[in-house]
Design a protein around this ligand. Structure first.
Ligand code: NDP
Length: 485
């Protein structure tokens, strides 16, 4: 007879840590230039935001390093890549996609370790989508003449690509896949705080036997990004990041003839009508703002609730927040991981303090935050006026501002009352109302009865201060092409 297991009196989750053994980190990384590792002249340490553990020493690329990377990209462009048949370029992209799938667990663990996002997100969202982007654009590589009939598309040349820290590998895929599909070569700079999956990606390029110099990766802070923007050998800049830096880049490139796409900040409205499926809407609201700790440019950070359901909705939302598990990004049960950096944590704290001072009511569920590392509890502000900073500025953290409306017209008016225009959400059972709202909301993406859904076939990008140009889908090819007719 076996011993009976005692009936648990506490149904909390047991720890379910993902092993990090699968990742082998080098103590030190250089820059990946011309298919080789270039020894960096300056370095810095990259950390794990969950406990500030130093993970590796990486290079801080100087102007000379950037110059070598651009030179390698130019050589690769001139010496074969740009004239390679599209069907041959596609083979490399397919290979990269397959290798990413094969090594998905390794990449997911490293992404969560270096960036702080929950492993279930990097495993179930970032990695599958990153591979899907390479698969999708592999399919276009030999069909560009059909995608743009009678326009004679050809590659632009060398693309300089600057990406942020919220979706490091996914943003790399959004940038590199369409660029290579169109026959360009690339110099990419990952964000200062999250360089490690981009550096591991260099090993994927080696496995895929991509010709040297087609993709070059230089690490470093904003100075490296600025050197890339200013380099004369770069034909196109693709930037994702803050609106301030985006504006500075646009000013810098004015009159140079370089092509530019900017994917910048957002302050998305998530609009909930009283005829919606309430529980489903609450899940969508939670996904909209607490996914990836709210480090999402299209996060649903302004919730507009129709007045008649305000009280039950806020009640349900607060209840749902008590069930979110905040903690170790590498634990498979974690819903909300670590804030990406000390700097970002301070920015969130400052904006949350301003919300309190301006008079909003704050709610945070009881949760014990780890002592080391960068952490912020999921937060809801109610009693928010449109003029408050928490309703105007991008917080880029797990902080939701709740506002109300009475009529659809008022919802549209308030939702569009922002300098941004990246995304929006609508919750209602009426299809006609969804279409009515989608026509009026000034946002690049409008989700209906869902939020934060991405697909490589669907273009993504902003209006107004959220930037210009589209990534994903057929539209995502255009910024990487010149047209001779
Ligand atoms: P940045 O815009 O500074 O960073 C984005 C990328 O640009 C990084 O690779 C960064 O390098 C690089 N960069 C910084 N300065 C320059 C420059 N002068 N020229 C060229 N490249 C540059 O965003 P932060 O990381 O500083 O975040 C600040 C705020 O921006 C966040 O709080 C959030 O509100 C918003 N943000 C929005 C994102 C979005 O997807 N829309 C993504 C990230 C942030 P480095 O990493 O070294 O700074």
């Amino acid at each position: 007879m076996t011993d009976l297991q005692p009936i648990p009196d506490d149904w909390t989750y047991a720890p379910a840590p993902e092993s990090r053994e699968i990742v082998t980190l080098q103590p030190r990384y250089g820059h990946f230039v011309g298919g080789e590792w270039l020894e960096p002249s300056e370095t810095y340490e990259t950390l794990a935001p969950r406990d500030e553990e130093p993970l590796a020493v990486v290079g801080q690329a100087t102007e000379e390093d950037v110059d070598r990377a651009v030179g390698a990209a130019r050589d690769a462009f001139a010496n074969g890549w740009s004239t390679l048949p599209g069907s041959e370029r596609a083979k490399y992209l397919f290979r990269i996609a397959r290798i990413l799938q094969e090594r998905a667990r390794e990449f997911a663990v490293l992404e969560s370790l270096n960036g702080g996002k929950p492993i279930k997100e990097s495993r179930d969202v970032d990695l599958p989508l990153a591979a899907a982007h390479f698969f999708y654009y592999a399919g276009w590589a030999d069909k560009l003449e059909y995608a743009f009939p009678n326009r004679q598309p050809r590659a632009v040349g060398v693309a300089g690509q600057i990406i942020p820290w919220n979706f490091p590998l996914l943003m790399l895929s959004w940038k590199i896949a369409p660029a290579l599909a169109c026959g360009n070569t690339v110099v990419l700079k990952p964000a200062e705080t999250t360089p490690l999956t981009a550096l591991l990606f260099c090993d994927v390029l080696r496995q895929a036997e991509l010709p040297p110099g087609v993709v070059n990766i230089v690490t470093g802070d904003g100075r490296t990004g600025a050197a890339l923007v200013e380099h004369d050998g770069v034909d196109k800049i693709a930037f994702t990041g803050s609106t301030d830096v985006g504006k500075a880049i646009q000013r810098r490139l004015a009159g140079t003839g370089k092509k530019l796409t900017l994917e910048l900040g957002g302050k998305a409205a998530n609009v909930v009508f009283d005829d919606c499926a309430l529980d489903q809407a609450v899940e969508g609201i939670v996904n909209g703002i607490y996914f990836n700790q709210g480090h999402v440019c299209c996060a649903g950070s302004r919730l507009f609730v129709q007045e008649s359901i305000y009280e039950p909705l806020v009640e349900k939302l607060k209840q749902r927040l008590t069930t979110l598990r905040v903690g170790d990004p590498l634990d498979k049960n974690t819903d909300v991981g670590a804030i990406n950096s000390r700097m970002q944590l301070e920015k969130i704290e400052e904006l949350v303090a301003s919300g309190r001072e301006e008079g909003a009511d704050i709610y945070q569920p009881p949760c014990r935050l780890p002592e080391k590392g960068y952490w912020f509890a999921p937060t809801v502000f109610t009693n928010v006026a449109q003029s408050y900073r928490i309703a105007q500025e991008e917080i880029f953290g797990p902080v939701l501002s709740v506002l109300t409306f009475r009529t659809p017209e008022e919802a549209v008016e308030k939702a569009n009352n922002t300098p941004y225009g990246l995304s929006a959400g609508v919750w209602t059972e009426k299809g006609s109302r969804i279409l009515w709202m989608a026509q009026r909301l000034r946002a690049g993406v409008v989700w209906a009865n869902t939020f934060n859904r991405f697909d490589p076939t669907s273009p993504f990008g902003g209006y107004k201060e959220s930037g210009f140009g589209r990534e994903g889908g057929l539209h995502g090819l255009e910024p990487y092409l010149e047209f001779d007719a």
